[in-house]
Design a protein around this ligand. Sequence first.
Ligand code: SAH
Length: 289
Amino acid sequence: MLAGAVSLNEVREILNNYQIAPRKRWGQNFLVDRNILTRIADVSEISAEDYVVEIGPGVGSLTGYLAPKCKGLLAIEIDHGLKPVLESLQNELPNMRILFADVLKIRLEESLQEAFGLEKPPFFKVCANIPYNITSPIIFKLLEECPRLQKATLMMQKEVALRAVAEPGSNDYGLLSISCAYYARLDYQMTVSRNCFYPRPEVDSSVINITPHQHKILLADENKFKEFIRFAFQHRRKTMLNICASFFKTDKTELQNRLTSLGIGPKQRPENLGLQDFARLVNYFVREG
Ligand code: SAH
């Protein structure tokens, strides 16, 4: 058995030995279920050629399962109080590096390059049980700032995962789903009970795989597109006719025909439109001026 605290008793013992109290403000709920840890490591599809980033290793429960599978693992942890635990784990995992930093404040690809002394930033995967209060910022940091990201396996609050993977027409479908769909393919992997953590959180969790698209859908104006979908979902009870009329400041009679010719029902609501529909719509208005 490799390093890492994995059962409830082991995690408790580590926290006790090192006199560490889990910190709520940093979302510290540690995984204590071997079966789940094995499954997360499996679905991440990490192999011996891969560089891996783990965001928020905590006391290293997942780290012990990931490091032996990959070429190099960089663990990024905000809590300096975990230093003694992580450093002792590092003694057993020679390909592990630790960076104490706020993941939202660093340049991820450059940090990885530096940690392993590489000539240029490498392609990499992410596998992590992330701090739930910063789930969206982490997802968008990975998708917007990391062109070399190959795949991210992320554990998050179940409700957020359901919103991220939702398809048009479902109640969970919204800004998060469509923004994720623009950058990546999302695959729901598993639900994880709150009983698999210590301390036990108030919510259940889910693991999803995020695989960035090689070729993103073509947008005539990415900023306009983002502005429009944000606006549309702020008014998700309104019809597309009303939404477009106020956003693009156009006359409704003419607009009705335009929407129909774009294959969008004027009475449809934003939650019925897919990424392609939104793209076609905004591209049309951007090009027509
Ligand atoms: N992966 C571990 C711990 C999950 S708890 C496990 O599954 O057991 C979330 C972890 O993220 C904690 O260790 C917390 O200290 C860390 N964390 C919280 N905010 C962070 C941030 N902004 N940057 C890096 N790590 C952070």
